[in-house]
Ligand binder design. Structure first.
Ligand code: ZN
Ligand code: ZN
Length: 333
């Protein structure tokens, strides 16, 4: 007998135990005793524990490349979502799928802010629905009744040869219940949105792609699950005067030859605040002028980048005469 035959044999052996467990649990009287005491006295063994046999069986099945997950169970969910669920240790209602904690979904909001708002930070009032479970249907979406396909268990089982295959009920999608009359208040969603005001605090230094999280402003959770969050995805409008490089604020300043030769001070408006940018005498065109700590505030360190002014030579527009050209060359000698 090779390994796989041995495996098969062991599997069949364990399946016999499973069947036995099932038959005991199907027997009303024995099931009642099982529920009460956690075990029943089967004639040939004391303290028969059906639960551990099922677990063993499924653990063993895992060796064949499929485990309880393939049967629609969550991790550790065999007890609560057993194909024989709905009674005793295999279907404690408090743990069953329909009453398990489900956290609310997050809501995503795309928000466009100006370059200045990204630089300075902003407080933006917005109108946004605030969500809660519908009072009229308590989140069920309408009048519900137990699913007739699965008898309210959420799982359907089929016997295939010596195996019991259990899958999520196609009619109720595992919830165990179906809606017979759609709730008029929430139109079946189970959730009610009411317009409400919210002030978003955009931190100085925000950038495109930054996600801000407002806790508890998403969809409501169910059965004690947490309310989801509001996630704000920022995009920053470009500026005609500035760009951003890391946390530096970058400005391109046009200069003329004489500015580089003689030096010059330019007023630069930083979103309404005037900053004087001085090009020193005989300055190098390719050397940026750095004004420290006037850049973006870093969201990580809290320190600020610099204002970086890059110089660009303005194209001469006036054609010089021969005498003027000579005079200029003499001057720059
Ligand atoms: Zn409703
Ligand atoms: Zn069903």
């Amino acid at each position: 007998m090779n390994d796989s035959d041995e495996e098969k044999k062991r599997c069949e052996e364990e399946f016999k135990n499973v069947n036995e467990a099932y038959s005991i649990l199907s027997d009303k009287d024995k099931r009642r005793r099982y529920d009460q005491f956690g075990s029943v006295d089967a004639s040939d063994r004391a303290n028969f524990n059906a639960d551990s046999i099922f677990n063993q069986f499924f653990r063993h099945m895992g060796g064949f490349g499929f485990g309880p997950e393939d049967f629609g169970f969550d991790q550790g969910g065999f007890r609560s979502q057993s194909p024989f669920g709905g009674f005793g240790p295999f279907g404690q209602r408090s743990q069953s799928r329909r009453s398990s904690r489900v956290d609310g979904e997050d809501l995503l909001l795309n928000l466009r802010i100006s370059f200045e708002e990204a630089y300075r930070g902003a407080s933006k009032p917005i109108k946004l629905d605030s969500f809660k479970i519908c009072d009229d249907c308590h989140g069920s979406g309408g009048t519900i009744k137990a699913c007739d396909e699965c008898g309210g268990v959420g799982m359907v089982t089929q016997r295939q040869d010596f195996m019991v295959v259990s899958t999520t009920c196609p009619k109720c999608h595992g919830t165990g219940s179906i809606v017979t009359e759609v709730c008029k208040s929430c139109h079946g969603s189970g959730i009610i949105g009411t317009p409400s005001d919210l002030t978003l605090n955009i931190p100085a230094g925000s950038y495109s792609g930054l996600k801000l999280r407002v806790p508890g402003r998403g969809k409501p959770g169910r059965n004690g699950g947490e309310q989801g969050n509001l996630i704000i995805l920022l995009s920053v409008e470009p500026s005609k005067d500035f760009t951003r490089e890391e946390d530096d604020l970058v400005h391109i300043q046009e200069v003329k030859v004489e500015d580089l030769v003689c030096g010059r001070t330019f007023p630069l408006s930083l979103f309404g605040e005037i900053v004087q940018v001085t090009v020193p005498e005989l300055y190098d065109l390719y050397k940026p002028i750095i004004i420290p700590n006037l850049g973006f505030k870093s969201l990580r360190s809290g320190s600020r980048g610099d204002l970086v002014v890059r110089l660009k030579l303005a194209r001469p527009t006036k054609k010089l005469t021969q005498e003027e050209k000579k005079a200029l060359k003499d001057l720059l000698k």
